[in-house]
Design a protein around this ligand. Structure first.
Ligand code: HEC
Length: 190
């Protein structure tokens, strides 16, 4: 192969591997954002269809049975550890570790100082058990649709169902715009 054809061959190889190239070199924070987008979309699709099928009590049961498995699935699909957490928990399985509590407390402070809750995120690289680990968190603001199950609950049947599923529920009494919690992701860097 002369210089020209080998340069051409290299050019073609790079062009053909274009998309894979792009994915491979996405920054970890960009990867985390796109995993969250998919995971949040799945959660929302389940919530909306469960509401349509059987109202809030049905949706509550669906959320109870699918939210954690969807997080597990998002983790398996992406190779990251993916979850949701909160300073005021509904499900103890989503409990925050010390790092997550600190970041969410910081999100509250940034929001109080005027930051837009939609844009609150935090990432850093830490060494955990000798391994470089990328940690990412993104705040989850409370929207009007969330208040059915996280606001000041009015309907007795829904309250009863919540008390039955989550006797220690602390995730009610929210108002739209407040921070409901955060997505939390991590990945060991190679
Ligand atoms: C139909 C009732 C319902 C609605 C509506 C609802 N949630 Fe939840 N939410 C739940 C249930 C049930 C859980 C516990 C499920 C789990 O994660 O194990 C939960 C858990 C969560 C958690 C995980 C942390 C924790 O406290 O366990 C977050 C964050 C959350 N919800 C945010 C939201 C947001 C934001 C909205 C609106 C976009 C919303 N929820 C709407 C029922 C609901």
């Amino acid at each position: 192969m002369n210089k020209f054809t080998s340069a051409l061959a290299l050019g073609l190889t790079l062009a053909a591997s274009g998309p894979a190239f792009a994915v491979e070199f996405k920054t970890p924070q960009a990867q985390a954002r796109s995993i969250i987008k998919d995971f949040a979309g799945d959660l929302k699709a389940n919530l909306v269809s469960a509401m349509k099928d059987g109202g809030p009590i049905n949706a509550l049961q669906v959320c109870n049975s699918v939210a954690v498995p969807l997080a597990t699935q998002a983790s398996e699909n992406s190779g990251w550890t993916v979850g949701r957490t909160s300073l005021k928990l509904r499900n103890q399985a989503n409990a925050a570790n010390a790092f997550e509590q600190k970041v969410m407390t910081d999100f509250e402070a940034r929001k109080a100082a005027g930051a837009d809750p939609q844009t609150l995120e935090h990432f850093e690289i830490v060494t955990l058990n000798g391994k470089k680990t990328f940690r990412y968190m993104k705040a989850i603001p409370t929207k009007a649709v969330c208040l059915k199950c996280h606001g000041s609950l009015q309907k007795q049947p829904l309250k009863n169902k919540l008390a039955e599923l989550y006797p220690d529920d602390r995730a009610t009494g929210y108002k739209a715009g407040q921070l409901r919690g955060a997505f939390t992701l991590s990945k060991v860097l190679k």
